[in-house]
Design a binder for this molecule. Structure first.
Ligand SMILES: NC(=O)N[C@@H](O)C(=O)O
Ligand code: NI
Length: 165
């Protein structure tokens, strides 16, 4: 089957809202001075969700860069918890997502280009492709769920999607 060429959109809070949160120190976020004015707090930027048996953990993912054009052949989801990625290496990266639910196809996929100062937090069940680092090996702070039971469903995309160079 002929792969579908996917368009890449800039990441914004509004555009990403069906899939989760965008983590960025923007004027749109609630922010206020603390520490006697030395520091600005950008407050409560995302919702960390886990099921009652699980708990939130913090990890660092060191991603190898993906070559473009990139074939998007699968998606995954984490039904028991959210998953957040915050870039640590000062590089942009790609985020490929589709709405939670069943019967997802490549037609439901949206691809975003995230700036090096933007993180994303996938809501539980949001379909997404595993980390899509660009240009060089890149580190990301990751906040997600650990606990009993499986928490990663995968689907194959037929036809595939292609993220162009
Ligand atoms: N497997 C794993 O922890 N990583 C994926 O969930 C991912 O979204 O990169
Ligand atoms: Ni994931």
């Amino acid at each position: 089957m002929t792969p579908i060429v996917l368009s890449v959109e800039p990441l914004t809070t509004e555009a990403f809202s069906p899939f989760g949160d965008v983590i960025e120190a923007s004027d749109a976020a609630r922010h206020f001075p603390i520490n006697g004015g030395n520091t600005e707090r950008f407050h409560d930027l995302m919702t960390i969700a886990t099921d009652t048996d699980g708990h939130a953990i913090v990890s660092i993912f060191r991603g190898q860069p993906r070559a473009l054009p990139f074939t998007l052949g699968m998606l995954e989801r984490h039904p028991k918890g959210s998953q957040a990625f915050m870039p640590l290496s000062g590089r942009a990266y790609l985020v490929a997502v589709a709405p939670a639910g069943e019967g997802v196809t490549v037609a439901d996929v949206r691809v975003f280009l995230a700036r090096d100062d933007q993180g994303v937090n996938y809501a539980p069940g949001t379909w997404h492709h595993p980390l899509l680092a660009l240009h060089a090996v890149s580190d990301f702070l990751v906040i997600d769920r650990a606990g009993p039971g499986g928490n990663c469903d995968e689907i194959i995309l037929q036809p595939n999607g292609v993220i162009p160079a």
